[in-house]
Design a protein around this ligand. Sequence first.
Ligand code: NAG
Ligand code: NAG
Ligand code: NAG
Ligand code: NAG
Ligand code: NAG
Length: 390
Amino acid sequence: MKSCSGWRRFLICLPIIFFLPFMFSVLELHENSYIEKLPKNHGNKFNHLVLGPAAGQGLHDRLQCQGLKPLNKTHLPNMSGVPDFKETVSFLTVFTIYNTSVSAHVEDRSTDMVTVGNALYNKIERSMAVLNGFINFIQVSMPQSNIIILTDPASNFSIHKKRVTVFPIQGEYSRDRLMLQRIKSYIAFLTTRLEELSQGKDEIHHYIFTDSDIAVVDDLGHIFYNYPKFHLALTFRNNKNQPLNSGFIAVRGTSDGILRAKSFLQEVLDIYKSKFMKASRMLGDQLALAWLVKSHLSFEAKRFTKSQVFLEDIGGTSVLFLPCSLYNWTPPEGAGQFHGMPLDVKVVHFKGSRKRLMLESWNFYNSSASVGISDMLCLILMSGRTKYDF
Ligand SMILES: *[C@@H]1O[C@H](CO)[C@@H](O)[C@H](O)[C@H]1NC(C)=O
Ligand SMILES: *[C@@H]1O[C@H](CO)[C@@H](O)[C@H](O)[C@H]1NC(C)=O
Ligand SMILES: *[C@@H]1O[C@H](CO)[C@@H](O)[C@H](O)[C@H]1NC(C)=O
Ligand SMILES: *[C@@H]1O[C@H](CO)[C@@H](O)[C@H](O)[C@H]1NC(C)=O
Ligand SMILES: *[C@@H]1O[C@H](CO)[C@@H](O)[C@H](O)[C@H]1NC(C)=O
């Protein structure tokens, strides 16, 4: 019921959906011409769900969909291959919202309002909705995990959900310092955990620090089980200048793991401060990460070109490198190559103006018990080219 109006709009798109795969099978080789066939609006950013053809058709290792029905069996329950993995995983994200005067100008306000499904959101409510989406997906995919929201003590929001806690950390959370602060907050959190461990709280809790605009769509506990040697895990992609994404950092919750991860992040922080303070405010941490890793990996940078997990010692920290294509997958949006969605994608990252798609995807998933995660992945795949309004 909740997302009725969204679904009505979607239904209008249906005839196009069934027509497009047919039409574009001929054009697949000329990706550019097929991009241009996507419907456009004046601002080129959409305020409602728009579906195009599913990329990756015919590729055996990519999700195949017929309409919104997946043809491949993915994300079955109990398929993680990890028997009785009992160690807890906690997800952590840095999130702040300030209770500033939202009501500055009536005009500003009206243009700022957006509708998703039946809900109307202002800017602040939009951020909250993304945070809630983040929590919802984790609680579906990993119901036994905890969620910890690291925030500025001055930040004004509250969340009442089980297994979710808000953890204030003093710091400087202004926009242009946020990425710097984020690393500091991670380090501060790990420091408190080390203290707890030294006081004899010996339960193992693993940590995954992420951006809040991600959907976890599979159980991630398996990385700690399947790769028992790493202290810290990062996601990489084949991008010469930015091979590492800072939006996903996993830390093994043993004292050794936390200690090594902490010193690794401290090194990233030092590099950030000494070399990249002038970089765009969003990129400093990624540039610092890449700098640190490449200073140890100089001879093997080509490992980033293959989508394969590998382990590497970086100054005493055992770092697991996970391919973004599975652990931090972002729909390409707009131009650029789009080879479809890998089967068994585990984390979808709704970077930049893809956040509407995150909320629409949740609404779709939650619209009926018969909609599974793979159906939702078909929706994301078919919407992967669309640019959204927030
Ligand atoms: C995915 O499904 C398609 C269509 O049924 C099939 O051709 C392909 O082999 C499947 N891929 C895998 C890896 O099972
Ligand atoms: C999946 O796991 C749950 C809980 O561990 C169990 O009750 C259920 O029978 C399992 N389902 C399958 C298909 O193995
Ligand atoms: C800001 O605070 C005021 C008063 O404390 C409250 O009424 C209002 O709902 C808050 N706004 C937001 C967006 O949290
Ligand atoms: C935050 O908002 C709540 C209610 O929305 C209000 O009671 C509280 O005073 C606010 N706190 C700050 C620090 O603005
Ligand atoms: C999912 O949908 C149900 C039924 O419409 C609604 O009551 C519930 O609040 C939704 N859950 C979330 C987390 O959005």
